[in-house]
Design a binder for this molecule. Structure first.
Ligand SMILES: *[C@@H]1O[C@H](CO)[C@@H](O)[C@H](O)[C@H]1NC(C)=O
Ligand SMILES: *[C@@H]1O[C@H](CO)[C@@H](O)[C@H](O)[C@H]1NC(C)=O
Ligand SMILES: *[C@@H]1O[C@H](CO)[C@@H](O)[C@H](O)[C@H]1NC(C)=O
Length: 342
């Protein structure tokens, strides 16, 4: 109880600190960047997928990235400054199972770890390199600012804008988007100013968009597919681009990930919540139902056969005993008759 309170207070203090201070450039950023770049090419599973495979000189790539903002006043850095870097990363190879997301970073990490056939921006080299890094130029000897990065002149925003827009342009066929239906402060799932709404949606190249409205465990659900401002807006934006839209409330794919993490949550303890709602899940469920029915039928038939066999055998053996008894009766009766006759 007391430990929980202390942890809670620390969390509140940490979030207050974060909202007024922004960390400086990630220490060792060059080594992290170059290391990640080699890690991606030499070790990561993603680089084995033809649509994600890259072959790039990591030192050159770092220099292009560094030159985008080093020694520059953060307030002057825009998308044009990152042009060389993004040109090096550019590819037109299409991605069939793109997953976009907005407002739920932690869930996405867990979700894609388990459902690894979806491809998120962080699975591409660009997203992999920049994920969770902090950077900005300044007057330190290396042209960076290691103490704090301005929030008003954020040099990371243009990079993420370009990365997101490139990723959306590569999407094809069906894409999915995970949205947070339990956002705080009455914020819509399809939030104004979010990357998904402002950068990715306008660039989507897909035929169909499946919207997953995910709600955090234990939070009040603000929006449902059938009754949601977000869905109205998404449908309007998608229709203008000839994209078909499907919406799924708290998909089992998401709930199952939550329930692995929080097995004791009330949404998870009640097994009914492990429902199947996507077509694939329904098909799977149907398949298992058929297997179940066949198994049960076989079991019943087998049991009946065994029972009948047992009854028959029992009857037979009773009959046999009866016959035997009569026989022994005769045997006993005979001496008696003999005795009597004697
Ligand atoms: C990679 O680029 C750097 C910087 O331009 C260069 O010095 C190095 O030789 C290149 N490495 C390879 C393997 O091409
Ligand atoms: C959804 O948003 C709320 C509030 O903004 C946040 O507390 C919650 O963690 C988010 N859900 C996920 C799964 O990240
Ligand atoms: C780092 O950025 C802050 C503003 O966020 C600025 O006040 C400070 O002078 C900068 N320091 C360096 C070394 O660039």
């Amino acid at each position: 109880m007391c430990r929980h309170l202390v942890v809670y207070i620390l969390l509140v203090l940490a979030s207050l600190y974060r909202s007024t201070h922004s960390a400086g450039t990630t220490p060792g950023i060059k080594e992290v960047f170059i290391g990640r770049c080699w890690q991606y090419q030499s070790i990561s599973e993603h680089n084995k997928l033809p649509e994600l495979k890259v072959n790039i000189n990591c030192t050159k790539l770092w220099l292009a990235f560094y030159d985008s903002f080093a020694f520059k006043d953060p307030c002057t850095v825009g998308v044009d400054d990152y042009k060389t870097f993004f040109d090096m990363l550019h590819t037109s190879r299409k991605i069939k199972n793109a997953l976009f997301w907005s407002g739920l970073h932690d869930l996405v990490t867990d979700f894609t770890f388990i459902n690894d056939d979806y491809i998120v921006l962080e699975d591409t080299l660009t997203g992999y390199l920049l994920n969770n890094l902090n950077w900005c130029g300044g007057t330190d000897a290396d042209g960076l600012n290691s103490t704090s990065c301005s929030k008003t002149c954020n040099v990371m925003t243009p990079a993420w804008t370009l990365a997101s827009s490139e990723f959306a342009k590569r999407s094809t066929e069906t894409a999915k988007v995970l949205l947070n239906a339990t956002r705080a402060n009455n914020k819509d799932a399809y939030a104004d100013g979010s990357f998904f709404r402002t950068v990715e949606m306008p660039e989507l190249q897909v035929d169909k968009l499946v919207v997953y409205l995910a709600s955090s465990i234990g939070k009040e659900v603000r929006e449902r597919c059938a009754d949601s401002i977000s869905m109205e807006n998404i449908r309007a934006d998608a229709e203008a681009k000839n994209i078909q839209v499907e919406c799924i409330d708290q998909p089992s794919l998401v709930l199952n990930v939550y329930c692995l993490k929080y097995p004791k949550a009330k949404e998870c303890v009640n097994k009914d919540n492990f429902r199947s709602d996507s077509n694939a899940d329904k098909e799977e469920a149907r398949k298992w139902m058929i297997v179940g029915i066949v198994f049960c039928t076989l079991f019943v038939v087998f049991s009946l056969t065994a029972l009948i066999a047992w009854i028959l055998k029992h009857k037979q053996s009773k009959h046999r005993t009866a016959v035997q008894m009569t026989k022994s009766g005769e045997v006993i009766a005979n001496p008696q008759t003999i005795n009597n006759n004697v």
